[in-house]
Design a protein around this ligand. Structure first.
Ligand code: DGL
Length: 264
């Protein structure tokens, strides 16, 4: 079991930012990534629909024999929150680690969260943050337009900066810590940073999750020891050249072994 791949999924490109962090932190692990491109975005759909899509992907990954699954999508993590396994396979979401890290990071106890509408409406981050520290002040802001901008690869564009700035201006809280509560947003990290004063701390799902995952894999004795045969497979429900190009760029310097279109 130890040398089986880790499954990881998102609606599209966003989860590749999490995959990128994991590739660096887990040099011996193989990964199978599923991007549900045909049904993107998830973030404006209802919890029932997101749950249905998530279960289809989990069943697919289970059949492929993954030893653990990372839900590299905040909108999907929201509907699986508190569930640490699915059909016997350990499950990891990005919300709890992100909230924990933010609660430890803030100095003024004021945390803002940018996320999709689904994540915002579930108040998943607010609940987790207050569990960590009931004295925190939290403001959640839905910033759904950042998902298509990231999918399109519109980095360092004036219009991207304007949209980010408009969203940030609408946050009233004087936060010192900002959670990028959607895995697509780290793609726009530089644009977001440029709109903020330099002392604001940004929290990203991938880094926060890696610590949890490492501890849990050790505990379950599931860490791979095989450093010579790592593979990175990407499966998508729709496949375009544009996606392949952006995915290759996002995982650099690591190399994706294969892309394949699948039906769930
Ligand atoms: N990247 C996902 C998230 O973290 C989903 C974005 C979307 O499909 O709306 O929420």
């Amino acid at each position: 079991v130890k040398d089986k791949p880790i499954g990881i999924f998102d609606s599209g490109l966003g989860g590749i930012t999490v995959l990128r962090s994991l590739l660096e932190k887990f040099p011996n692990e193989s990964f199978i990534y599923i991007g549900d491109l045909a049904r993107l975005p998830y973030g404006n759909k209802s919890p029932d629909t997101i749950r249905k899509y998530g279960e289809q992907i989990l069943n697919y990954l289970n059949k492929m024999g993954t030893k653990a699954v990372v839900i590299a999508c905040n909108s999907a993590s929201t509907v699986f929150l508190g569930e640490d396994s699915y059909n016997g396979i350990p499950l990891f979401n990005v919300i709890e680690p992100g909230a924990n890290l933010a609660a430890k990071t803030t100095k003024n106890n004021k945390v803002a969260v940018m996320s999709t509408t689904a994540t915002m409406k579930a108040h998943a981050y607010k609940k987790e943050l207050l569990k960590c520290n009931p004295n925190l002040l939290v403001e959640e802001k839905a910033t759904p337009l950042l998902v298509p901008l990231a999918e399109e690869g519109w980095l360092h564009e004036k219009i991207t900066k304007d949209i980010i700035q408009k969203y940030l201006n609408e946050i009233e809280l004087k936060f010192d810590t900002l959670i990028l509560g959607c895995t697509h947003y780290p793609i726009l990290r530089d644009d977001i940073k440029n709109c903020l004063s330099p002392d604001i701390m940004l929290i990203e799902s991938g880094d926060a999750l890696a610590i949890n995952l490492d501890e849990k894999l050790k505990l379950l004795d599931l860490k791979s020891t095989d450093s010579n045969h790592r593979t990175i497979q990407i499966l998508t429900t729709d496949l375009t050249e544009h996606f392949e190009t952006l995915a290759h760029n996002l995982v650099k310097p690591y190399k994706i072994n294969s892309f394949e279109r699948i039906t769930l």
